[in-house]
Design a protein around this ligand. Structure first.
Ligand code: HEC
Length: 179
């Protein structure tokens, strides 16, 4: 009796604390992002689509880390590839609304040639599925080839639809410190 009373009483305390910590971290995270974006921060639509893209970038980076360093993480590449393939369906809706601002690297060509934008999304999704299949197959040569093709599919969209590094808003916000 005493034990279960204690158990039910002590459990909610750490979980509440965890929740509060999570809220605090989220709040701080938002403040940090708002600050990084400058006075006229990225509009919510732009911030969202950049997060969708960041996630894809993180999964790609994780696969790169595993392959380059030979990390022993069985099954991980297939999961990262699957997450990227799933993310493909988020891209269209994320960019559908034509929102341009100086805090974006999206080129106006996206909204001028939406059909082509959808085509390169499909190419990317296929490359991610091929990567997942190769990872499950376990053949290193096939995995390497699929990783290369997947990387190429990023360029297939970035080249026509994303501003080059020299024009990136990332760089512009850094340059402001130099002036
Ligand atoms: C269908 C088009 C498309 C595909 C496919 C695509 N990207 Fe992008 N990506 C974009 C666009 C457009 C932007 C710029 C978004 C903005 O600034 O509003 C972007 C931005 C990014 C960013 C910067 C996000 C930020 O925080 O500003 C990263 C990282 C990124 N992409 C990684 C990748 C990787 C890695 C792949 C392939 C595995 C990939 N992308 C595939 C269109 C694409």
């Amino acid at each position: 009796m005493t034990r279960s009373f204690h158990a039910s009483h002590s459990n909610p305390i750490p979980s509440l604390r965890t929740l509060l910590t999570a809220i605090l971290i989220l709040g701080l995270g938002q403040a940090t992002l708002a600050h990084a974006d400058g006075d006229d921060g990225a509009p919510p639509d732009v911030a969202y689509r950049q997060k969708v893209m960041s996630n894809i970038g993180s999964n790609m980076g994780a696969i790169g880390d595993i392959l380059k360093n030979g990390l022993m993480l069985p099954g991980a590449i297939a999961v990262h590839a699957n997450l990227m393939a799933e993310s493909a369906q988020l891209i269209g809706p994320a960019f559908k609304k034509n929102v341009t601002t100086k805090m974006t690297d999206a080129k106006p060509e996206i909204w001028e040639d939406w059909a082509k934008f959808e085509k390169v999304i499909a190419d990317f999704e296929k490359a991610a599925r091929d990567m997942e299949a190769a990872a499950k197959g376990g053949d290193m040569a096939a995995i390497g080839g699929a990783a290369k093709a997947l990387g190429k599919s990023c360029g297939g969209c970035h080249k026509p639809f994303r501003k080059p590094k020299e024009e990136s808003y990332h760089r512009m916000s850094h340059d402001e410190h130099d002036h």
